[in-house]
Design a protein around this ligand. Structure first.
Ligand code: NAP
Ligand code: MG
Length: 450
């Protein structure tokens, strides 16, 4: 079977690839299993050195990787460069972490105990199409730093950057078999990784629905899982906020990556007393988002990933929106920036649209804002805009979400833990905390009795 990879901005094929099935997945797991002991036992500075070499190769090939990602996902080139830059930072960070993820010595009756961080073995990494290389790196960095070997399954729509990264890994001195990429359907390759007896853990990023299946499948062997799932994050604008700044930033918090972002702040909650003024500013700012050819330097938003996905996104628009921007006609899977007025009970406010559609929802006071923000099965990200420091702290603590920013829409940094509350996931990526998800703690007790 072959798989045709398509440029979503032109609908033109980029390349046709052979599609893997169960047999090829099993072979990749076998290669990873064979490579595991030597990689685990490599001196820490040696493992770190190879990860650092990979970071440097990613920097050297930044333009090439950014163009691959831009063409395959329809991402604006300027943003794609930023994403690849983060991939290099991630490998640098985890290269530095190899010899800093330490155990403890713990005094205990009759002796002393020591804890060791043991590698898990073969880890299956399953990633989505929205940030293919970035999200792969968040898993590869800590997985490899801890001494595991991996089988990476990119989304079928966007396998190209992962394939190129695997070549760079070999060039960086990461031995054959340590980083394997298998391109094939989730229902075959992904499913097989979940069920495979020699895969110790699955690190999955994708939809909550498939995440649930992964968790169910992993239960048979009590396989470890990390899940980064969907989101429906709130961007809460209080009346005392710098409204110009908040409104200027809000479009990018939902229309970046054409809204195909798990952290999209796609519910914009606005205090009633400033609602009209804020909406006016928001519409103006949304009108300025530059939608068009991803290869152009000034472009801020490209197309959606596929025709099928555009159908799904369209299904959320009922009636006349508050604002609808401009988008190119065909070819390409274009969809305009769209703002709709909603209540938190409307489908557009309950479900993850994963497209450039924001629901604008009024609230009267702080308690109501917290109630609306938390009234969702998700809990990934969010923002609070206020000049009142006590309120910022109070509301941050009250929100049921893994990541919050105050007077900012940033969610992701290499050094800070990232992950979801509630149905947005399980476990944390990035920061030193991610290393806990790729190692097992072993306690060894030494008796001091003679
Ligand atoms: P998806 O449909 O859940 O797919 C994610 C990955 O899982 C793909 O590689 C897919 O393969 C694979 N897969 C599909 N069925 C599978 C199965 N039965 N067993 C194992 N693997 C399977 O998600 P998507 O449509 O690609 O991405 C959008 C979703 O990802 C959104 O919900 C978004 O919020 C979420 N996301 C979350 C984060 C986060 O960090 N929390 C980040 C980005 C995206 P194929 O597609 O090749 O079939
Ligand atoms: Mg999917």
């Amino acid at each position: 079977m072959t798989l045709t990879v398509v440029n979503p901005a032109t609908e033109e094929p980029i390349v046709a690839l052979a599609q893997a099935g169960e047999a090829e997945t099993d072979e990749a797991v076998a290669r990873a299993k064979a490579a595991f002991p030597a990689w685990r036992d490599l001196a820490p500075q040696d493992r770190a050195g190879r990860l650092r070499a990979l970071a440097e190769l990613v920097e050297e090939h930044l333009e090439e990787l950014a163009r691959i990602e831009s063409e395959n996902v329809g991402k604006p080139i300027a943003g794609a460069r930023g994403e690849v830059g983060m991939v290099a930072q991630v490998f640098h960070y985890y290269a530095g972490a190899v010899d800093k993820h330490l155990g403890e010595t713990i005094p205990a009756a009759g002796g002393v105990a020591a804890t060791f961080r043991e590698a898990l073995g073969v880890v299956g990494l399953i990633v989505p199409w929205n940030f293919p290389l970035n999200i792969a790196s968040w898993k590869l960095g800590p997985a490899l730093a801890c001494g595991n070997t991996v089988v990476l399954k990119p989304a079928e729509l966007t396998p190209l950057s992962a394939l190129r990264l695997a070549e760079l890994a070999l060039e960086a001195g990461i031995p054959e078999g340590v980083l394997n990429v298998v391109v094939g359907p989730g229902s075959v390759v992904g499913q097989r990784l979940v069920e495979h007896p020699d895969v110790a853990k699955i690190a999955f990023t994708g939809s909550t629905e498939v995440g649930r299946q992964v968790m169910r499948g992993a239960a048979a062997q009590i396989k470890r899982v990390t899940l980064e799932l969907g989101g429906k994050s709130a961007n809460v604008i209080f009346e005392d906020a710098d409204l110009e700044r908040a409104a200027g930033a809000a479009p990018y918090a939902v229309f970046d990556n054409a809204g195909q972002d798990c952290c999209a702040r796609s519910r914009i909650l606005v205090q009633s007393s400033v609602y009209d003024r804020f909406v006016e500013l928001l519409v103006e700012a949304t009108r300025r988002v530059k939608v068009g050819d991803p290869a152009e330097e000034i472009t801020e938003m490209g197309p959606l990933i596929s025709s099928a996905h555009r159908e799904t996104v369209s299904s959320f628009i009922e009636g006349e929106p508050l604002f609808r921007g401009e988008a190119p006609g065909g070819p390409g899977y274009w969809f305009p920036c769209t703002l709709v007025e909603a209540t938190n009970d409307d489908r557009v406010a309950r479900e993850e649209v994963f497209g450039p559609v924001a629901a604008v929802i009024p609230f009267s006071d702080e308690a109501e804002a917290i109630g609306i923000a938390n009234d969702t099965p998700y809990g990934l990200s969010g923002s609070i805009w206020t000049r009142d420091g006590a309120r910022a702290l109070r509301v941050s603590r009250a929100l049921e979400t893994g990541v919050i920013s105050v007077n900012s829409n940033s969610s992701v940094r290499v050094q800070t833990p990232f992950g979801g509350f509630k149905q947005s996931g399980l476990g944390r990526e990035l920061g030193m905390q991610a290393l806990d998800g790729y190692s097992e703690v072993k306690t060894v007790f030494f008796s001091t009795e003679s």
